[in-house]
Write a protein that binds this ligand. Structure first.
Ligand SMILES: *Cc1c(COP(=O)(O)O)cnc(C)c1O
Length: 458
């Protein structure tokens, strides 16, 4: 019987001297090259047969591909051509230019994170951001943590540990996987007291549930779903009136964190931070990276006594934001001081409010640059969503470029786009690959076109 020719496989040291691998020595760490060689040799050993022949050049080429793949960062920039503005898997809100710059500067150097430069004394990292939030919203005080989930835990611990919080059954939301109101409530040590039904909760339901163990009333915004038809729920104003009458604080988890009314752009009304404060909510919670258009953060604002209590919680330290986040959030909030400009300066707001007519002109022009053999290009009307658990019902009319490759199926074509450089995420629908420029910055259009060209190559 013929032997399997393992002994003919080149050694690691011989492969290291292969001309194509010698050539990349300067570009890659020795460790990366050796790891790739070992992995490829391992694969070869696994598929060698007695009749196998061995081609060292082919092995070296496979090693080179492994090296290149390994050199790609795990977190890669993506051109988001889905039209979904807040795409949670793509990091939600892209930052405004000034916010990104602020994060970059904070990252590169030192900054007055916890120092009052006038006195040289230690200060709280929350102070500058507190100033920015209270100015924007009219709240008495504010504090910022890692995300809205952390904010919820801290608020419930401060107001209601070991006691009851009353929430409508229509508002027991789940946000992408592990954020579920009943479970967050349990983790915080507060007890959930559900009232009403899925579709109807009346003020009387809250009133009847209030007892000696009640610590707070809570409204949770149905960020990512809507209950329609025969429905009734209690607005924040009525909930605040009840809370006042019974001496109970009211928590308002508004999630999406809009800083102003989006109704003027044709969207359903979302609760806004200033409105919730003006309505008298004692504590308002929101995410920084949804409609606010900033970095991932959990914003807590409202009465100073409660904010002070939250900041005394030892978990505050576990949930605190780093310097880059705080610098980026401060710069984002600064942009809101120019209310007329903010629709353009904050990317999320710019994208969701781009008029279809403007998008159509841009899309038609871009589509012409894609005309090439092997690719069918069309411009068609479509629908997009804000995403990220915001405005779930709001289908935004949009325009997309519909592509069909002669060589590749829609699935392979879209995978080739994802694996390209830059990576492009497109929508696939009815056998076509759809590109929505709504979520592509204008200065990235040439990169998008180049990526499409590379992806259709046979
Ligand atoms: C998104 C959302 C959360 C969770 O916010 P993260 O910042 O993702 O932790 C909590 N509550 C509501 C109402 C939300 O919309």
């Amino acid at each position: 019987m013929q032997e399997t020719p393992y002994h003919l496989l080149p050694s690691v040291s011989r492969l290291l001297e292969h001309p194509s691998l010698v050539k990349v020595r300067g570009q890659h760490a020795h460790d990366r090259i050796v790891t790739a060689i070992r992995a490829e040799l391992e694969r070869c050993r696994g598929c060698l047969r007695p009749q196998s022949t061995i081609d060292v050049d082919l092995i070296a080429a496979a090693i080179l591909r492994r090296i290149e793949k390994d050199a790609q960062p795990g977190y890669q920039p993506v051109l988001n051509a889905t039209g979904i503005v807040l795409h949670t898997n793509l990091g939600r809100a892209p930052l405004a230019e000034t916010a990104a710059q602020a994060a970059y500067k904070a990252a590169k150097g030192y900054l007055s994170l916890e120092m009052d430069l006038a006195t040289g004394e230690r200060s709280s990292r929350q102070q500058p951001i507190r100033t920015a939030i209270t100015r924007l919203t009219g709240a008495e005080s504010a504090t910022v943590v890692n995300n809205c989930a952390a904010a919820t835990v801290l608020v419930l611990r401060a107001l209601a540990a070991g006691r009851e919080v009353i929430v409508s059954r229509g508002q027991l939301i789940e946000i992408g996987g592990s954020f579920r109101i009943p479970e967050i409530m349990a983790a915080s040590g507060a007890r959930l007291r559900e009232v009403g039904t899925t579709n109807i909760t009346r003020l009387r339901d809250y009133e009847l549930a209030i007892g000696p163990d009640t610590a707070a009333l809570m409204r949770v915004h149905c960020s990512n779903y809507r209950i329609r038809g025969f429905t009734q729920s209690i607005g924040i104003t009525d909930l605040v009136a009840l809370g006042r009458a019974r001496g109970l604080p009211v928590i308002d988890d508004i999630g999406s964190g809009a800083a102003f009314e989006l109704g003027q752009f044709g969207f359903d009304s979302e609760p806004t931070l200033p409105d919730s404060i003006a309505a008298g909510a004692d504590l308002v919670l929101a995410s920084g990276d949804k409609l606010l258009g900033g970095p991932q953060a959990g914003i807590i604002l409202g009465r100073k006594v409660w904010i002070d209590a939250i900041e005394r919680d030892p978990l505050m330290r576990a949930f605190r934001c780093d310097k880059m986040t705080l610098a980026a959030l401060e710069a984002t909030l600064e942009l809101y001081r120019e209310p007329d400009a903010v629709r353009k300066t904050i990317p999320v707001l710019r994208m969701i409010t781009t008029p279809v007519a403007e998008l159509r002109a841009r899309t038609e022009q871009f589509a012409r640059t894609l005309e090439m053999p092997g690719l069918r290009v069309g411009v068609v009307d479509a629908t997009a969503y804000v995403g990220g658990g915001s405005l779930p019902d709001q289908a935004m009319p949009t325009i997309v470029i519909a592509l069909e490759s002669e060589h590749w199926s829609d699935a392979i074509f879209s995978q080739r786009l994802r694996l390209g450089a830059p990576a492009v995420l497109a929508r696939v629908q009815d056998g076509q690959v759809l590109l929505d420029l709504r979520t592509i910055p204008e200065d990235e259009e040439s990169h998008l076109a180049a990526a499409v060209r590379r992806a259709i190559q046979p």
